[in-house]
Structure formats: structure tokens, C-alpha cells
Design a protein around this ligand. Sequence first.
Ligand code: NAP
Length: 300
Amino acid sequence: MSKAIVYTDTGPPDVLRLADVDEPQVAQGQVRLAVRAAAVNPIDWKIRSGAFGGVSLPATPGTDVAGVVDQVGDGVADLAAGDEVFGFALGGSYAEYAVVEDFVVKPPDMPWEVAASLPIAAETSQRVLDLLDVGDGDTLLIHGAAGSVGGIATQLAVARGAAVIGTASQRNHDYLQTLGATPTVYGDGLVDRVRALAPDGIDAVLDTAGKGDLPASIELRGGTTDRIATIADPRADDHGVTFSGGGGKRSLAGLREVAARYEQGTLVVPIRATYALADAAAAQRDSEQGHGRGKIVLVP
Ligand SMILES: NC(=O)c1ccc[n+]([C@@H]2O[C@H](COP(=O)([O-])OP(=O)(O)OC[C@H]3O[C@@H](n4cnc5c(N)ncnc54)[C@H](OP(=O)(O)O)[C@@H]3O)[C@@H](O)[C@H]2O)c1
């Protein structure tokens, strides 16, 4: 037996309980990790709350995970017990053991908390920057640039040669500047502020916040929805804007890129807070506040 966070009903954070569970077993193409860190993502508490319905219970939350390989399934090449990896957990990552199928090797000097912070943020950033075709010379507006996805997307876009204007609360402006972005506050007057910062116009918009900025984004794009994407606004369809969702087979290109950038010393990955596994409810409550910089991490 081992420990995992389990919920048997959807609802508020208090439905999360530390429980004794059987260790998960690997299938073909999978490896099992002794978890060293698991990150909290908004999707974890959105599912827990029941907002999406259809969750199979009992459930263990979490996808982002980093850990030490302790069981290797058939068909997994070039990997052995003791190797250190990070990736996407199947069946939950808030646990002492997790199973992964899509993962990359962790750079030796990368702290566990950092590794666990990266899978969803890196995959999402890479996917949406590719979708928007962000490249050298583009001016990209990122709504929510100090968040987990926003911070990684900002750095990958700057590395592609884009000029990034990022929205964040005032206390995150220094941080955005260190990432190479030009910060501005979100809220009333955003269109005018962005126009003042980018008099030649905005070439693409990535909305990571989902707080109603799609009409302003369309205005800033001169009335077109072309090269605007949101990962968080459920009203995307109403505005004719592309919603990019995760799930399915995950590309590892973004994870490889952030691992390489970390090794080169060119990736900034702030950890907002670290909680013990048993305090998963408090960690999710913290994430539900919706403000901050970087990732909230659980350590078993
Ligand atoms: N579709 C996908 O594939 C996908 C993948 C990952 C995440 N998501 C979704 O994307 C969203 C962000 O995820 P995350 O992990 O980056 O969250 P996060 O780390 O909690 O970051 C949220 C950020 O939003 C900013 N924010 C809050 N109110 C805002 C507003 N009114 N305007 C602009 N920015 C605002 C906050 O900045 P301040 O602290 O400066 O206020 C904070 O940094 C969530 O809804 C998540 O479910 C979707």
C-alpha cells in the first residue's frame, strides 16, 4: 500500500483526503514513478469541483509529475529503475506513486519542484505558440503572462524572437521584465495601454487568463480573430476565437525545449508555494485564488 490523495465525491477542496491505496501497476509502454513532486494545475480543481462532470470516482487529482522510475513496462526502451523523469501522469499525480507514458528525462541539476512544474505549462505553451505561428519579429500579447502557462509561453516566445507584451497585476511587473516581456496591467483601458506600447499593432494574442479579454484582443488585431487563441475562456466560440485544449497524446517537444533551456541557464521557473501531499486541499485553495507567479507544488 502507499499514500495518495483521493476523492469519492466532487465538491469543495475538503473532499480531498489522504488515503491508503494500492500502488498503480504499469501497462505496455508505461513506467511507474516514485513521486518526488507533483504540481497543482487549475484543471485539477475544476475537475474536483464537478464543473466538468463525468469524472470517474474515486479519483486522484493531478497530471504534472516528476519522480524516480521504479517499474518499467514492456516496450519502454532506454530507461531503467532509478532514472529521473518528468511528464504527464495517468490516473493522478497527487500520490507517492504515479504511472506515466509521456515523459522526458530530468536534467540532473533540475530541482524536483521545477521538473514537476513544467509538463502542462511547457506542452501548452509550445502548442499554442505553434498554433499562432509566433516567430521572429512578431509582437505577441499574452493575457495572464505571470501565470504558470503565461511565464513559460513568454520565455518561449521571446526565444523565438517575438516582442511580448504581457498583462499581469502590478506586483508581477518586475518578474515579467526579467522574462523579457513588456508588462502592463489588465482591466479597464487595456486596449489604449497596449496600443501605446505597440503603435505598429499586435500580430498575435495568447489568452491564458480567460477573464473576458477576447473582445479587446479582436479590437487590437484590427477586428479579425486570426492569430488569437485562448486556453481558458469558455466563451471562445461566441467570439469566433480558437480554443486550444490539451488532452490526448501529448507532444514532448515543449518539455525537451524547457529542459534544454534550463540546462543552459536560460529558463526561469518560479515556485509559488510548496505543500506536503497531505495538504493538497490547501494547495488547491491557493491555486483557486487565481493570482500569483509560477507553480504550486506538492511534495510526498
Ligand atoms: N487549454 C489548455 O490546454 C490549458 C492548459 C493549461 C492551463 N489551462 C487553463 O489556463 C488558465 C491558466 O492556467 P495557469 O496554470 O497558468 O494558472 P495560474 O498559474 O494560476 O495563473 C493565472 C494567472 O492569471 C492572471 N490573472 C488573474 N486575473 C487576470 C485577469 N483579469 N486578466 C489577466 N490575467 C489575470 C494572474 O496574474 P496576477 O497574479 O498578476 O493577477 C495569474 O498569474 C487556467 O484556466 C487553466 O485551467 C488550459
